[in-house]
Write a protein that binds this ligand. Structure first.
Ligand code: ZN
Length: 104
């Protein structure tokens, strides 16, 4: 089970968008990265190919898990994620308020 999930509200801890908040759109478990729309935007230069216009595009790059923190939906603080076994199910808990983060 991953500490980060699509739809998680996160706070950026490092990098050029430090302090900003966003929502995870995609998780890359192997790379340990998450894509957050509007965060970590880089300009990408695209050469014009046949039938396609070249130009400069804004492309969000995924951020390493270590550079983001999940904002706990219960205490609203950026926190580290812990795990707890609840009714044989592994659930994510907030390390600050120790409440379950995935309310059902
Ligand atoms: Zn909390």
């Amino acid at each position: 089970m991953l500490k980060y999930k699509v739809g998680d509200k996160v706070k950026i801890l490092q990098g050029k968008d430090k302090g900003r908040e966003g929502k995870i759109e995609k998780v890359y478990p192997k790379e340990g990265q998450a894509l957050i729309p509007g965060i970590n935007i880089y300009k990408k230069h695209v050469k014009g190919v046949t039938g396609q216009k070249g130009g400069i595009y804004d492309v969000p790059r995924p951020l390493a898990f270590s550079k983001i923190a999940v904002v706990c939906p219960k205490c609203k603080k950026p926190t580290r994620v812990g795990f707890r076994i609840l009714k044989k199910e592994k659930v994510r808990v907030c390390k600050k308020c120790s409440k379950e983060m995935d309310a059902k």
